[in-house]
Design a protein around this ligand. Structure first.
Ligand code: UD1
Ligand code: CA
Length: 457
C-alpha cells in the first residue's frame, strides 16, 4: 500500500455560523466536528496528519492535542492557500494525501477507504469525493465532459446558470498524489469571484498538465453534508443521532421513540436497557444492562450500573450502583455515589455524598457533603445543612439508623450506627451508637385558646 498522509482544513472562522465558537469546534452529538474528522482520519491509518489551523488555533490544537501536527494559516486566503501551509511537513514526500474539511463530520472511514481504492484503481493524480445532491445549493459543482470524464470543479459563486444546474457536488474531500499536489499548488491564482486560492482549481491544473483526475461518487449525500451554518448543524446532528441510536438498537437497546432520544457519540449502553423519549445521555456516560431510563432524564458523565431505574431525573458526574433506583425528579449533582439497591425518591437533591446499600432517601430531601451507611431510612424533608455561608462541612450517619422527617443535621456532625433522630430535630452534636437524639422545643397546648383567635371566629 502507498504511504498515506492526511491534511485537515480547520482554519476558517465559520462566519455563517454567527458564533463566538470556531466552526470546527461546534459539537455534533457531543463531539466537536473536527474530532469526528480526526477519528475517521485515524481509521485510515495515515503516516502523518497535518491540521491547518488559523481562527481559534489554540482551541483546535487543545482539542486534538498530539494526534496531529499543526500548520498555521495566519490569513484565511482560501482552501488552496490552507493546503499550501502544510508544505513544510509534506512537500516532496511520496504517497497519497487525503485532504478533508473540518466541517464534514458525517463522512465514514468506509467511504474514505473506498475513495483511496478508487484513486489507486484509476491511477489518478487526484480523485474528488462527490455526491448527488437534491439541493446542491452552496456546494462546488462537478463538471464532466460528454463522456463523463471530470474536467473541473466550479464554485457556486463562479458558476454560470447552466453549471449551477449540475447536481453532482464536491464534498470537499480528495485524494492527491502528494508530490503533484504541492507542485500544482504553486500554480493557483485568485482569479475568481471570491478572490481566494481555491483548492478546487487544482483539478483543472492537473488535468491541463496531462494528469489523470477522477471522481468517486458516494451514493449517500447525507454523509457528505458540509456544516456552514446552524441549519446544516442541526441536520448533521439529526443524521448522526439516527446513526448512533440505530447502532444501540442493533446492540439490544430499546428506544420508545429514537427520534427524541439524544445520545452522545461517546456514550455506552448495555443490552435490554429501555430509553424513553426526551432522554439525553451525555459525555462519558456508561449505562449498564437492564436499566430503564424514563422520560426527560438527563445523565452527564455518569456511571449507571445494571438494573437501575432512573425516572425523569438529572444526574451529573455520579455513580449509581446495581439495582438502585432514582427519581422521579431527583437531582444527583457531581460526586454522588448511590450504592446497590438504594432508593432515591422524588424531589431529592444529593451532592458530594455516598448513600449506602439499601438506604432509602424517599422524599423532598437535600443531602450535601455526607456519608450515609447502609439500610438507613431518611425521612421526608430532611436537610443535611452543609454550608455556613463560608465553608462546607461533612456529616456522617452510620448503618441502620433511622432519621425522622424534617430533621436538620448541622454539619459537621457524626451520627453513629443504630441511632434514631427524632422527627423535627435539629442535630448539632454527635450521636453515639444505639442512642436516640431529640432536639426540638416541647409542645405547649393552650386550653381554649383557638376560640379566642379573631381569625377563627
Ligand atoms: C468548499 C469547497 C466546495 C465544496 C464544499 C464542501 C472550495 C473553494 N470549495 O466550500 O467546492 O463543495 O467545501 O463542503 O474549496 N478553510 C481553511 N482556510 C481557508 C478557507 C477554508 O482552513 O482559508 C477550511 C475551513 O475551516 C473549512 C474548510 O476549509 O473547514 C472548507 O472551507 P469552507 O469555507 O467551509 O468552504 P465551502 O464554502 O464550504
Ligand atoms: Ca464548508
Amino acid at each position: 500500500m502507498d504511504e498515506r498522509y492526511a491534511i485537515i482544513l480547520a482554519a476558517g472562522k465559520g462566519t455563517r455560523m454567527k458564533s463566538k465558537l470556531y466552526k470546527v469546534l461546534h459539537p455534533v452529538c457531543g463531539k466537536p466536528m473536527v474530532e469526528h474528522i480526526m477519528n475517521r482520519v485515524e481509521e485510515i491509518t495515515p503516516r502523518e496528519v497535518v491540521t491547518v489551523v488559523g481562527y481559534g488555533a489554540d482551541e483546535v490544537k487543545a482539542q486534538l492535542a498530539n494526534r496531529s501536527e499543526y500548520a498555521l494559516q495566519a490569513e484565511q486566503l482560501g482552501t488552496g492557500h490552507a493546503v499550501m501551509q502544510a508544505a513544510d511537513f509534506l512537500k516532496g514526500k511520496k504517497g497519497t494525501t487525503l485532504v478533508i474539511s473540518g466541517d464534514t463530520p458525517l463522512l465514514t472511514s468506509e467511504t474514505l477507504d473506498q475513495l483511496f481504492e478508487y484513486h489507486q484503481g484509476k491511477n489518478a493524480s487526484a480523485t474528488i469525493l462527490t455526491a448527488q445532491a437534491e439541493d446542491p445549493d452552496g456546494y462546488g459543482r462537478i463538471l464532466r465532459d460528454r463522456v463523463g470524464i471530470v474536467e473541473k470543479i466550479v464554485e457556486q459563486k463562479d458558476a454560470s446558470p447552466e453549471e449551477a444546474q449540475v447536481k453532482e457536488i464536491n464534498t470537499g474531500t480528495y485524494c492527491f498524489d502528494n508530490e503533484l499536489l504541492f507542485e500544482a499548488l504553486d500554480k493557483l491564482t485568485t482569479d475568481n469571484v471570491q478572490g481566494e486560492y481555491y483548492l478546487t482549481d487544482i483539478i483543472e491544473i492537473l488535468k491541463d498538465n496531462g494528469h489523470i483526475v477522477a471522481a468517486y461518487q458516494t451514493n449517500d449525500f447525507e454523509e457528505s453534508i458540509g456544516v456552514n451554518d446552524r441549519i446544516a448543524l442541526s441536520q448533521a446532528n439529526e443524521i448522526m443521532r439516527k446513526r448512533i441510536n440505530r447502532q444501540h438498537m442493533r446492540n439490544g437497546v430499546s428506544f420508545i421513540d429514537p427520534n427524541t432520544s439524544y445520545i452522545d457519540d461517546s456514550v455506552k449502553i448495555g443490552a435490554e436497557t429501555i430509553i424513553e423519549p426526551g432522554v439525553s445521555l451525555k459525555g462519558a456516560t456508561v449505562i449498564g444492562e437492564n436499566c430503564v431510563i424514563t422520560q426527560n432524564s438527563q445523565i452527564t458523565d455518569s456511571i449507571i450500573e445494571d438494573s437501575v431505574t432512573v425516572k425523569s431525573s438529572t444526574i451529573e458526574k455520579s455513580t449509581v450502583h446495581l439495582q438502585a433506583d432514582v427519581g422521579p425528579y431527583a437531582h444527583l449533582r457531581p460526586k454522588t455515589e448511590i450504592n446497590q439497591q438504594a432508593h432515591i425518591g422524588n424531589f431529592v437533591e444529593i451532592k458530594n455524598a455516598v448513600i449506602g446499600e439499601k438506604t432509602k432517601v424517599g422524599h423532598l430531601t437535600y443531602v450535601g457533603d455526607a456519608t450515609l451507611g447502609k439500610e438507613i431510612n431518611v425521612g421526608c424533608g430532611t436537610v443535611f445543612v452543609n454550608y455556613d455561608g463560608k465553608n462546607k462541612h461533612h456529616t456522617t450517619v452510620g448503618d441502620h439508623s433511622f432519621i425522622g422527617s424534617a430533621v436538620n443535621l448541622i454539619g459537621p456532625v457524626n451520627v453513629a450506627s443504630n441511632t434514631c433522630l427524632a422527627a423535627g430535630s435539629t442535630i448539632t452534636d454527635d450521636v453515639l451508637e444505639n442512642d436516640m437524639a431529640i432536639a426540638r422545643a416541647r409542645q405547649v397546648n393552650k386550653e381554649g385558646y383557638a376560640k379566642r383567635l379573631p381569625f377563627l371566629q
